[in-house]
Each structure stands twice: as structure tokens, then as C-alpha cells.
Design a protein around this ligand. Structure first.
Ligand code: CTP
Ligand code: MN
Ligand code: MN
Ligand code: MN
Length: 379
């Protein structure tokens, strides 16, 4: 096996969906640095920032797939998106990795990490409902810097942002696997009680094997096409007391049949929510602590997506992530297979014919890809 690895270091596949990327890898020191630069690029607002961000992510993704630790510059030779004679963007990744190999750190990365802009943007974008454009306005136009600044200034906030601030501490603590399993169980039991046969599938980071995450992503479906309809409203009503906030998105299945709308967001009926998670044994705790008579609970983000059976495999694939894995498999499919892949299905680029699949395995097979289990999509 070792010999094979050594022999193939100059042949790492280009697309992340063509190679295994485990959750734990050997080059965290480098990938953390590249991902700081990616994050910084996403915070900025110049025409090149998206492409810059992507270049850092691609370099990082290559390193995550290596079954060994990079210890000297020579090993960077021929690595996709790191060593490329005709790309200045790849050159930037190589420069950062080289700096870290030689000095133990990168001046550029340290500079970004310690910059007021990066630190404030990280705080602001860490608030539920706040994205880079709002955060930039707060930083540049209003000269705000800290969470305290945001809380004390009378800002006009959206509903999301108001709740994001109110539950800031809870929402910035990771959601643990054990907590996620509790919520998934409750949603599953509620769904099957409402309609027999209903399925609730954990997707997102927890499906990839993470033991914590920023939210829980759940796909609600049913083995009989059409029987998933109406489930979202029913489950939300049944669990009403468990939710602090629900932001429902109506399905828009008309739009998914038009080619131009296939590139970005999906059109499933879904709900981005804040769940009131009651801690285990909180009743007992409350008896011994008069100040917490109602028991302790914490706000947790939960996403619910309702999917008809015929699109289930595609939705599971599209919601398992990572975001970069999804971007890569879609890019591969379009460029190499002349097909379009979305969370709804797979279509020929020229004639717009639909290609069905009942499982992720079948999708990979039809795309000419070796199957990667979710735990190997951690790019
Ligand atoms: N996704 C999507 N459409 C959205 C949001 C997410 O298709 N509006 C997909 C993305 O491909 C993403 C996956 O669903 O990879 C899960 O999204 P998210 O919860 O943001 O990320 P996770 O990978 O689950 O990471 P975390 O553990 O931090 O939640
Ligand atoms: Mn998630
Ligand atoms: Mn996330
Ligand atoms: Mn999510």
C-alpha cells in the first residue's frame, strides 16, 4: 500500500469527488492556514475575492486528501492547485505552505488572523442571520468592532439577527452529537406518529461523522412519492413548544425544471429553525437549584428539508456536503460528463433529459465515480 501511495503522489486526481478525504488528516497545520486566507477572501468585497477563496480551498482540499504529512517542499511537486506552472493562485498556496515549512508560520496568515478587519468580521459573521455584506457595513460604515458594539448600538436588525444576538452564546457553542441524536429521535418519532413510514435522515456534518457541528440537518421523506407533502407544517405544529423560531421556505418545484435555476439553491420545502433543547436531567437539576425552576435549555440550530422519494438520493447527496465537495462533484459532472447535478436530480446538459437514481451509490456509478462514503467527503 505504501509503495502505491508513493508512486501516485504525482497523480492526485484533480476533483475532490475523485479521491477520499477523511475527517482526520495529516496536514492540519497547512490547511488551517489556507482556510484563514479563504475565509478572509470571502469577507472581502472585490471582484476577485470569490476566485481567491476558491483557490485557497482547493489547495487545502488537496492537502486533506494526502495520506501522509508534508514535511518538505519537494513533496508539493505536481499537487493539484498547489504546484502548477501556469497558475499564480496555486503559487500562492505553495508560498504559504513553504513559509510554514521553513519558518513554522506564515507572516501573511498571522497578519490576517491578527487584523482588526478579520477579527471583527469573524465575530459579526458568527451571528445567525449576518453575512459578509452586513458585517462589512457595520465595520466600515458604522465603525463597529465588537459584539458589545453591535449589542449597544441601536441597529436596524432582521428577525434572524435579533434572535442571533439574543441566543448568541448558545448558538456559538457547538451542537454535540449526543444532542443532535436526541433532536433527530424526537423529530423522527413525531414524523412517524403523524404518518406511518415517514423517514428522517441525518445529513450535513453529522452524516460525515463529525461529533459536533453548528447545526443539525434533517431530511424528511416517505417511501411513497407524495406522502411527504404536508409533513413540515404538521411536524412543526406538533413540536411547536420545542421551537423558538421557524423560518419556512415554500417549495418551488416549477423553478427547478428551468435550466438556469439549477445552478444554485435547491427548491425543496424547508425550514431553518432554532430549537429549544432541554438538557438531560434538567428537571432534577432544577429541584436542587431554585433559580432554574424551569430547567435548563439551550438554543440550537436545526434545518428541516422535505424531499419526495424520487429526489431523495440526490437530496441526501446534496445536503451531506461538504460545501466544497458539492461544488467539486457538480463541477466534475458538468465539465467531464456534460451533465447537470443538483439536489433534485441529474440532467443531460444538451437535451435536458432526466437521469434517475435510487441511491447515492447509483448516482456515483452513473457518473463514473468510485463511491465515496460520507466520511470520505470531508474536503
Ligand atoms: N446546503 C444546501 N443548501 C443550503 C444550505 C446547505 O444545499 N441552503 C448543503 C450544503 O451542501 C452543505 C450541507 O447542505 O454542505 C450542510 O450545510 P451546513 O449545515 O451549512 O454545513 P455542514 O457541512 O453540516 O457543517 P456544520 O456541521 O457546521 O453544520
Ligand atoms: Mn450542518
Ligand atoms: Mn456550517
Ligand atoms: Mn445546515
Amino acid at each position: 500500500k505504501k509503495a502505491r501511495i508513493d508512486k501516485t503522489t504525482d497523480r492526485i486526481p484533480m476533483y475532490a469527488c475523485q479521491r477520499s478525504t477523511p475527517l482526520q488528516h495529516h496536514n492540519k497545520q497547512f490547511t488551517d492556514a489556507l482556510e484563514v486566507l479563504e475565509e478572509h477572501a470571502l469577507y472581502r468585497d472585490d471582484p476577485n475575492s470569490e476566485a481567491r477563496a476558491l483557490a485557497f480551498r482547493r489547495g487545502s482540499a488537496t492537502l486533506k486528501s494526502l495520506p501522509y504529512k508534508i514535511t518538505h517542499v519537494g513533496q508539493l511537486k505536481n499537487l493539484p492547485y498547489i504546484d502548477s506552472t501556469n497558475s499564480s493562485k496555486a503559487g500562492h498556496c505553495k508560498k504559504i505552505i513553504t513559509e510554514i515549512l521553513e519558518e513554522g508560520f506564515s507572516d501573511e496568515v498571522e497578519g490576517v488572523t491578527n487584523s482588526e478587519f478579520f477579527k471583527s468580521m469573524k465575530i459579526f459573521c458568527g451571528i445567525f442571520g449576518v453575512g459578509p455584506s452586513t458585517a462589512r457595513k457595520w465595520f466600515y460604515d458604522l465603525n463597529l468592532r465588537t459584539l458589545e458594539d453591535i449589542k449597544t448600538k441601536k441597529l436596524t436588525l432582521t428577525k434572524d439577527q435579533t434572535l442571533g444576538l439574543r441566543y448568541h452564546e448558545d448558538l456559538n457553542k457547538p451542537l454535540l452529537l449526543e444532542e443532535a441524536n436526541h433532536i433527530a429521535k424526537l423529530v423522527r418519532e413525531t414524523c412517524t406518529a403523524l404518518r406511518s413510514g415517514c423517514t428522517v435522515t441525518v445529513v450535513g456534518g453529522f452524516r460525515r461523522g463529525k461529533d459536533k457541528g453548528h447545526d443539525l440537518d434533517l431530511i424528511i421523506s416517505h417511501p411513497i412519492e407524495g406522502n411527504e407533502e404536508g409533513m413540515l407544517a404538521m411536524v412543526l405544529e406538533k413540536l411547536d413548544e420545542h421551537f423558538i423560531y421557524t423560518e419556512k421556505k415554500a417549495s418551488n418545484t416549477k423553478r427547478q425544471t428551468s435550466l438556469e435555476s439549477r445552478s444554485t439553491m435547491d427548491h425543496f420545502e424547508k425550514c431553518f429553525s432554532i430549537f429549544k433543547y432541554r438538557h438531560e436531567g434538567s428537571a432534577k437539576q432544577s429541584q436542587s437549584n431554585i433559580l432554574h425552576l424551569e430547567g435548563t435549555w439551550a438554543a440550537k440550530r436545526v434545518d428541516l428539508i422535505v424531499v419526495p422519494k424520487s429526489q431523495f438520493a440526490f437530496a441526501v447527496l446534496g445536503w451531506t456536503g461538504t460545501k466544497h465537495f458539492e461544488r467539486e462533484i457538480r463541477r466534475y459532472v458538468r465539465s467531464e460528463k456534460k451533465l447537470v447535478l443538483t439536489s433534485h436530480g441529474m440532467y443531460t446538459l444538451d437535451t435536458n433529459e432526466s437521469i434517475s437514481a435510487d441511491s447515492e451509490e447509483e448516482i456515483f456509478e452513473k457518473l463514473g465515480l468510485n463511491f465515496l462514503p460520507p466520511s470520505e467527503r470531508c474536503c
